[in-house]
Design a protein around this ligand. Structure first.
Ligand code: AMP
Length: 261
């Protein structure tokens, strides 16, 4: 019988968001593999790839300390020993995060496929921080009939509201203040009563911060990634840049409780 095993895929620069995934993994197995691999296939910008923070030694200590039982940091040759044929993430893979970053989700699926084949996990944990990635991976796992259960983990934020991200280390104190516009906009928008007013609020708040350069902001339906038409299962997505650092966040609409008369 196959022993239960959980995989927590990461690109390293471990922070409390990653550690929360290990915490969740403990509910599924005593064998927790944390992978660290900065996947060149999912970076369309060579500068972003070059600047991606790398700290495998510290990461290993942090992840083992949090309860991971194995750290796997493969080389590029181990993952891609020969010419790579990328998987196709489909139409949703070319929207939002995939629209401005050509091939991004094809690269994500290709690496996840290889990680799954190496580790053969029973469960794999992915954060809602990368909501579109989670959606695409879940759909692909279901379609390909893989025997891996994908578990979603909630977003971990700093006390000021900024979603934790490895890229945050590139923000100055001033940049960080500007970046807070994202979580502020999401909080305000998701408390609106209708999707239309949520969209307006999202854009209004985001445009109030001159240092934030918007890529996209939309309220989508969590089931199909189409623009939402009602607040039920709707989620606000935002991506953009502060001083050249790409930031990504999302939040579910809080649906008002029904009024009982
Ligand atoms: P990354 O190293 O950025 O590729 O992230 C590895 C995993 O950690 C992905 O499944 C992310 O969605 C998840 N993750 C990253 N940041 C957070 C966060 N702030 N809260 C929860 N999960 C996160």
């Amino acid at each position: 019988m196959r022993q239960n095993k959980v995989l927590v895929p990461t690109m390293g620069a471990i922070h409390a968001g990653h550690l929360s995934l290990i915490e969740i993994a403990k509910n599924y197995s005593t064998e927790i593999v944390l992978s660290i691999f900065v996947n060149p296939l999912q970076f369309e910008d060579p500068d972003d790839l070059a600047k991606y923070p790398r700290s495998v030694e510290v990461d290993t200590k942090l992840a083992l300390g949090a309860g991971a039982t194995e750290i796997w940091a493969p080389t590029i040759e181990e993952i891609y020993p020969e010419k790579v044929i990328t998987l196709d993430s489909g139409a949703i893979g070319r929207k939002y995060e995939g629209a401005g970053r050509e091939g991004h989700f094809d690269g994500v699926l290709t690496v996840v496929d290889r990680l799954f084949k190496h580790v053969q996990p029973t469960y794999a944990i992915f954060g809602e921080k990368d909501f579109q990635q989670l959606f695409i991976i879940k759909k692909w796992v279901k379609k390909s009939g893989m025997e891996v259960e994908v578990i979603a983990a909630p977003i971990i934020r700093d006390i000021d509201g900024l979603a934790l991200s490895s890229r945050n280390s590139r923000l100055s104190a001033e940049d960080r203040k500007s970046a807070l516009v994202i979580s502020r906009a999401l909080r305000q928008a998701t408390h609106e009563r209708s999707v239309e007013s949520a969209r307006d609020r999202l854009h209004d708040v985001l445009s109030s911060e001159p240092s934030f350069q918007l890529d996209y902001a939309e309220i989508i339906n969590e089931d199909n990634f189409e623009p939402a038409t009602s607040a039920r299962k709707a989620r606000a997505l935002v991506a953009g840049w502060v001083n050249g650092v790409r930031l990504l966040d999302n939040m579910a609409m809080s649906v008002p409780a029904p009024v009982i008369s």
